[in-house]
Design a binder for this molecule. Sequence first.
Ligand code: KIV
Length: 275
Amino acid sequence: MSQSTPQKTLTASDIRARKTGEPLVCLTAYTTPVARLADTECDLVLVGDSVGMVLHGLPSTLGVTMEMMILHGRAVARGIERALMVVDMPFGSYEESPAQAFRNAARLMAETGAGAVKLEGGRHMAETIRFIVARGIPVMAHIGLTPQAVNAIGGYKVQGKGADGDRIREDARAVADAGAFSVVLEKVPAALADEITADIAIPTVGIGASAGCDGQILVIDDMLGLFDAFKPKFVKRYAHLAGDATDAIRAYAEEVRNRSFPAPEHVFADEKAGS
Ligand code: KIV
């Protein structure tokens, strides 16, 4: 008899139903071992297009392709048992038309096993979100700072300050009305994030937003201190793995150079000598 009950994988509806419940814990993952780690605590694991910058050394997310998202999506799926896995739609894969968006979202879902897709944009993407959702694909929206629009925005700036807050409020309402099951609020003033969270019926997931959001998300390599090319203010480092890795590599290099590695316990004796 099995000792453990199989885990139920969370769905977009389960995440949607957490609007007034315990805060949603969300992280990105791009590989199987990291997905396994994230899955132990997370409700939602995002295969973010941040993979382009974090793992592939790209200067922005604009060069990320469908093939990259599918490759990393498949890897992450192998590490997930409980969390909802969401895959980002890369730049250029959904903006042209609702039909283009559906075609690529369906491919991402079918080829990775994801439970939902995420796409960037507010009012101007509402028609597309409605179209995809009506055809069976759960959509997580992403408003405020939308990194795929970095060239149009003119940098990774806080969005929705002062009178500009109305634009973000309208975006939030538009994606919620269009049927998104949740919305990422990136880099918006905390008070605005709180207002939006109170205003719309779907969970808000903050990144550089507010502790009052219905959940939080971070790029896992940022919070582990593995990706330290730059550190936005909203990142809290819960570990310093890049520093640990540097120390380990330095120690290894020294031991190779002074011939103390490999030690006797790391090498094999001749068979005749019996070990
Ligand atoms: O690509 C990404 O990692 C994101 C963030 C919301 C974490 O979209």
